[in-house]
Ligand binder design. Structure first.
Ligand code: ADE
Length: 245
């Protein structure tokens, strides 16, 4: 699968995307990530990508022509989706990440300044995406977030597919706690169940911990989830323990 990112700050993204899991996936040929400088798609001497807003206001707006030109040059005749990163977009989450991972090409346009000419939104992009209810100076960090999260759903990118399936949000619950050596540090002990060798018991303990954390921090995730009978049972147990303590 291929990501094409259109930005006026290509340097910002190149370093972020050439490390770790993504770098390995690119080397293995599973992923291609290309960063495109929007200024390369201008035709004027000053390589101007922005201009003052009609109607008068502070700030600058990204012009439509270079963005249309860039997308039309980059878009391949494959299953392709073009997204604009903007705080006005639909909220990015694990479900959307998985959906985007189904495309052969994902084009990400990084918004900047006070905005992007609305004709880009209306006539060029398929989706507008926001990574959260806060305003960044531009879409570059948001694009990096999207590339990283989507890539994890592309087969072969994450070592063990298992680890994606068990991830928070993919499983619909927050993660259970993890421990490694030493068994005791400054008197803080790793829970003894993890040394029991009883895999069923460990799995139940992990599920209970995940439910506890989800109930405390993100009860909304539980409401939108079909609970198994084991989960129902554990939740009852947790609620009872809460009441008793
Ligand atoms: N550009 C600026 N803020 C953003 C956000 N929260 N999500 C996506 N793109 C953005």
């Amino acid at each position: 699968m291929r990501f094409d990112i259109i930005t006026i700050f290509p340097g910002l993204l190149e370093s972020l995307l050439t490390a770790g899991v993504l770098k390995k996936a690119v080397e293995k040929g599973i992923l291609q990530v290309r960063v495109h400088d929007l200024r390369d798609y201008t035709t004027d001497k000053h390589r101007q990508v922005d201009d003052r807003p009609y109607g008068g206001l502070e700030g600058m707006v990204l012009k439509p022509e270079p963005i249309f030109r860039a997308v039309e040059a980059i878009r391949e005749p494959v299953e392709s989706v073009t997204c604009l990163l903007t705080p006005q977009g639909e909220r990015f989450d694990s479900r959307l990440a998985e959906k985007l991972a189904g495309y052969r090409q994902v084009i990400l346009i990084c918004g900047r300044y006070e905005g992007v000419d609305e004709r880009v939104v209306e006539h060029l992009v398929d989706r507008e995406i926001s990574i959260g209810d806060y305003v960044l100076t531009g879409g570059e960090l948001a694009a990096a977030v999207v590339v990283e999260a989507v890539s994890r759903f592309v087969p072969g990118v994450v070592g063990k597919e298992e680890s994606v399936r068990h991830d928070s949000f993919t499983a619909g619950l927050l993660d259970f706690p993890q421990y490694t050596r030493p068994r005791e540090y400054r008197g803080y002990r790793v829970p003894s169940v993890l040394f029991s060798g009883d895999h069923k018991k460990i799995a139940r303990w992990r599920l209970k911990k995940a439910l506890e954390k989800t109930l405390a921090r993100r009860p909304d995730l539980l409401e939108s989830r079909q609970l198994s009978s084991e989960e129902e049972e554990l939740l009852e147990e947790i609620k009872k323990e809460r009441k008793d303590s």
